[in-house]
Design a protein around this ligand. Structure first.
Ligand SMILES: [Zn+2]
Ligand SMILES: [Zn+2]
Length: 736
């Protein structure tokens, strides 16, 4: 049994995690952790929200919140998003906690007492207009190394260089866009230069590091280490624990890396285990997962801090830093608004398809691109078409022809060969995960299911069963062994669906509690199988786009269920009624042109759909505060009110209570039509067939919201079901 500590880069609590970061540093450690746990190793995986520093204060000022509020808000959002993605930690905490403050100040003080931290003066930016110092992200400018514009004052995300204030070209104050000046100020410095030799020695046996991580680190050492300022003139953060300097704060990066240690200690304090078994044990291996902009902090600064603080503490064994995952060629960036956030994508897709695609484009050795078309294509052709399809074919054929796991008869050479393939592929998947080659490991997994599909097609149990049921049983038994192996070896990558598959295989407990070698163990025999559902759905992005457009237009309407309390003839118009309609919390006067089509008594007490946010209009001297929706049917020469089933005062699903007022012209742009459903098609007009975006097998007449592309539609529903028309009318009539 090995002990493994996994440190995961701390996300700033200044915005939701974006999917570039998921591929860069959050998904890899989770795959790694799950694998090692199945191998029987003890794993401690820690991270948390980085709540200090200027990233948080800048966002707080923008959002009109206090730094604490911003820090807490995004901590909650990101914690939930990581959980929803099935990324699990031993402890995911935040830097505002007391243990962290205590450990950080202790490390600072100890290093100060050992003279690894000293006081000196330096030039920092000061904005005369704002009358304040401008630390880190309060200054923007151009990178002196790579020329990237609009970078933050402390580091260039593009090339990774760390900057001291005077290095930045064309500096601008982020608050007022004025030109800041340089002023002398006292600051504390980490004496990095003192660790040059020790770090060179430390790197000597790091041949297992990725090339770009090792080279980047070596190039720093080759240039000679320079001492770094680690204090800031700002109110937010952990105070310098030196008398007379409490007003200054510890630089966010100095405190964030300490989070790995402080969280491990906190994990112990919470009674979960003994942190020293991981940190003061020469046999424990420490892995740090992060993206390339964080490399020097983990390969130089953090090891130096650990060496200076307590030489018994474990140093990083590997820092598998990733390159960047970009969005269609551009860098994801929260500050530039170029972002697909993890919470957003989780609203539209299940966690495993997201994990699948991101693993296939993990930026392990070079920058990669997230592309939506590729996402759709890979999910449909690989996850659904290969892996999901194989599993589903085997499970459903076994279920419908045998009802349980069939026994294997005599094996021929091909059967034996495929059993050997299972062993070698599963072992290769494991070896790749172990050496942090997650993308390759997943490719091997897919190769195994491709082999499975090939075997199944060659054997064709649907033919075998006609001649020799026993032989078909053998084929399925072997195929189910492949399925079981896929389930075990796929569990670190696709934790949710593989756990479901484990259940279909009738094994007990969770797949995540199994040992890796369970992949080679016999199947549970004799238990009844249940009817399997496919593990994954195909994705159709253009339908989803249509759906979101339609949802957006529905959101502009406040469609309320009302009840007609009183109907009177309009004194000045033959065709108009004046109605009092109760819409839950108020009564409205509505003028409606229904006199030729409805008797007063017929309308009395009827439930109707009211457009409550329509601009009031005066019709022949009487003010109408909204509109009852009805369909106008030329063909039937009638008008029919819409007829909802849910309670008075409720909103039609997807419409928004309190939506801003809209004009009649804007309402006319929303394309609502009556329609008939038959065989899950919607007929809005003769010969016009639409597919409803969601269909629960309803048949009959309803109202459909039709989009620009006119292939898909959204069905109008309330909490009781489909909204119908009061009278039977021809499909295709428009709602007026
Ligand atoms: Zn740069
Ligand atoms: Zn300013």
């Amino acid at each position: 049994m090995k002990r493994i500590m996994i440190g995961v880069a701390w996300p700033y609590a200044n915005g939701p995690i974006h999917i570039g970061q998921v591929g860069g540093c959050y998904l890899p450690p989770d795959i790694f952790r799950r694998y090692h746990e199945m191998k029987g190793n003890e794993v401690l995986m820690v991270s948390g929200s980085d709540q200090h520093g200027t990233p948080v204060t800048v966002t707080a000022e923008k959002e009109g919140l206090t730094p604490e509020e911003t820090a807490e808000k995004y901590h909650k959002i990101n914690l939930k998003a990581l959980r929803d993605l099935d990324v699990e930690f031993s402890l995911f905490t935040y830097t505002m906690n007391e243990t962290h403050k205590r450990v950080t100040q202790d490390i600072f003080k100890t290093l100060y007492e050992k003279d690894y931290i000293y006081l000196d003066t330096m030039e920092t930016f000061y904005c005369p207009d704002c009358e304040r110092f401008l630390p880190d992200r309060y200054v923007v400018g151009t990178c002196p190394e790579c020329g990237q514009e609009d970078i933050d004052g402390d580091q260039c995300d593009e090339c990774g260089v760390l900057l001291d204030p005077p290095d930045l070209l064309d500096p601008k104050c982020k608050l007022c866009e004025g030109s800041p000046e340089l002023r002398e100020s006292e600051h504390f410095f980490l004496r990095l230069s003192a660790f040059q030799e020790n770090l060179e020695e430390y790197l000597e046996d790091k041949d297992h590091w990725k090339n770009h991580v090792l080279n980047f680190t070596k190039s720093w050492l080759d240039r000679g280490l320079e001492d770094r300022p680690i204090s800031r003139d700002m109110k937010w953060g952990i105070s310098i624990p030196i008398e007379g300097y409490e007003e200054k704060k510890i630089y966010v990066w100095f405190d964030a890396v300490i989070g790995y240690l402080s969280t491990s200690i906190k994990w112990s304090e919470e009674g979960e285990g003994d942190w020293t078994k991981f940190w003061k044990n020469p046999d424990a291996e420490h892995y740090y997962f992060l993206a390339k902009d964080n490399i020097p902090f983990h390969t130089i600064i953090w090891p130096a801090m650990l060496m200076g603080y307590d030489e018994d503490l474990n140093l990083p064994y590997d820092v598998p830093g990733n390159q960047y995952m970009r969005l269609g060629g551009e860098q994801f960036s929260t500050s530039r608004g170029l972002i697909v956030s993890l919470p957003d994508i989780l609203e539209d897709f299940d966690s495993d398809p997201i994990r699948y695609y991101i693993t296939t484009i993990m930026p392990e050795v070079k920058d990669t691109n997230f592309r939506w078309e590729e996402f759709e294509d890979k999910i449909n052709s690989e996850l659904v078409g290969n892996l999901g399809n194989f599993i589903h074919r085997v499970l459903s054929f076994s279920y419908s022809n045998f009802g349980n796991v069939p026994k294997a008869g005599d094996l021929d050479d091909r059967d034996k060969e495929i059993l050997e393939t299972i062993r070698s592929k599963v072992e290769t998947v494991g070896a790749n995960i172990e050496s942090r080659k997650f993308k390759k490991g997943l490719e091997k997994l897919l190769q195994l299911s491709r082999e499975g599909n090939r075997y199944l097609n060659e054997r064709a149990p649907w033919e075998e069963i006609k001649e020799d049921k026993r032989r078909a049983g053998t084929t399925l038994n072997i195929s189910l062994k492949i399925v079981k192996a896929l389930c075990i070896a796929g569990a670190p990558y696709l934790p949710h669906s593989m756990d479901e598959l484990w259940r279909y295989l009738k094994h007990e407990g969770s797949v995540h509690d199994q040992s890796w070698n369970e992949a080679f163990e016999p199947l549970k025999q004799g238990l009844e199988l249940e009817e399997p559902e496919p593990l994954y759905d195909t994705i159709n992005l253009s339908d989803m786009e249509q759906e979101s457009q339609l949802s957006e237009s529905l959101k502009k309407l406040d469609l309320r269920i009302g009840k007609i309390r009183k109907v009177e003839e309009h004194p000045n118009a033959d065709r108009l009624y004046v109605c009092r309609v109760d819409i839950g919390d108020e009564e409205r006067t509505l003028v409606a042109g229904l006199r030729p089509y409805y008797e007063k008594d017929e309308m009395q007490g009827k439930k109707v759909v009211v457009l409550a946010n329509l601009e009031p209009a005066t019709l022949r001297g009487i003010k109408s505060e909204g509109m009852m929706l009805a369909v106008d049917c030329d063909e039937d020469d009638t008008v029919s009110l819409l007829s909802p089933s849910a309670d008075l005062g409720e909103n039609i699903k997807g419409s928004e209570r309190g939506a801003p007022q809209i004009s009649f012209d804007d309402f006319k742009k929303v394309n609502l039509k009556t329609s008939v459903w038959r065989d899950s098609k919607v007929i809005t007009e003769e010969d016009t067939h639409l597919e409803p975006i969601k269909n629960d097998g309803f048949e009959g007449i309803g109202i459909a919201l039709v989009g620009d592309k006119k292939k898909k539609c959204l069905i109008l529903e309330d909490s009781e079901g489909v909204v119908r028309t009061d009278k039977d009318v021809t499909p295709g009539c428009e709602v007026k």
